[in-house]
Design a protein around this ligand. Structure first.
Ligand code: F6P
Length: 256
């Protein structure tokens, strides 16, 4: 029954906390690989965590992805109490479907909570040289300056293979990823099972170093197929809040 289910979830939460050595864990029911409801549950849980943590002058950074998108859908359209809040994309476009791009999600969230926002309008697949000059644009600088000061970050975690397919990465990069046994992707970085960064996407935005100094990162991931990826980014998850479904959590427990 319902109470048993809640107790079951909190037992799993304790186990996941021990395995991932993280501060705060929320496990919701379902498995995103099997049912749509699980992602809705993650979205609702993440929306709650976010709204509870926003305070005056906060800068909220977001990645793209369908899970972060669900969180924004779960946020009620009403002004928040906190004043002078900014929403910014954590990274420039990484080749996602436009409806799940960080820029799109930033505008959606800002509109819902009536906050300010700035975007990172950078075309995909720029050469390193063009990227360097785009970085100097005042508008981009403004966003990057906000990003450095961001105190909340909401980000998705993905499978390295699925993400390299979704982003249509070139054959040489796909080969590099498979030669180096890529398992996970987060924030444009690809990781192996030991949590080492084996490839960094060419883009502009928050870096790994900035990420580890962030006040409050919130990670969201659903589905048993992501459990290997979640374990691989364990180091990123040590602070802040991790939100996943039972499917992912049971997978993490089984693998460890
Ligand atoms: O591309 C943005 C991103 O957050 C990736 O960093 C992550 O791997 C992926 O999206 C997660 O996507 P989804 O929530 O759709 O599984």
């Amino acid at each position: 029954d319902f109470m048993e289910q809640i107790e079951g979830l909190s037992t799993i939460e304790e186990q996941i906390k021990d395995i991932l050595e993280c501060e705060e864990v929320v496990i919701v029911s379902g498995d995103a690989d099997l049912d749509d409801e699980a992602i809705y549950n993650i979205g609702h849980a993440a929306a709650k965590v976010l709204l509870r943590n926003i305070s005056n002058n906060d800068i909220i950074a977001l990645t793209g992805g369908s899970t972060v998108h669900r969180m924004i859908e779960a946020i009620p359209s009403s002004p928040i109490k906190a004043k002078n809040v900014y929403v910014v994309p954590a990274r420039g476009s990484l080749g996602n479907n436009v409806s799940f791009q960080a820029n799109t999600l930033v505008a959606m969230l800002a509109e819902k909570i009536h906050s300010n926002y700035t975007l990172l309008n950078i075309p995909d697949n720029l050469s390193q040289k063009s990227l360097e000059s785009v970085r100097e644009e005042p508008e981009i600088q403004e966003t990057l300056n906000k990003l450095i000061k961001s105190n909340i970050l909401i980000y998705g975690i993905g499978n390295a293979n699925k993400m390299s397919e979704r982003r249509n990465l070139g054959q040489d990069i796909v080969k590099h990823l498979s030669d180096h046994h890529a398992t996970a992707e987060a924030l444009g970085y690809y990781f192996n099972q030991q949590g080492e960064v084996i490839y960094a996407s060419r883009s502009i935005g928050i870096t790994m170093d900035q990420m580890t100094e962030l006040k409050y990162p919130i990670a969201v991931a659903g589905g048993h197929s992501k459990s290997d990826a979640i374990l691989s980014v364990k180091k990123l998850l040590s602070r802040g809040c991790v939100i996943m479904d039972e499917g992912a959590a049971n997978g993490v427990i089984a693998l460890s």
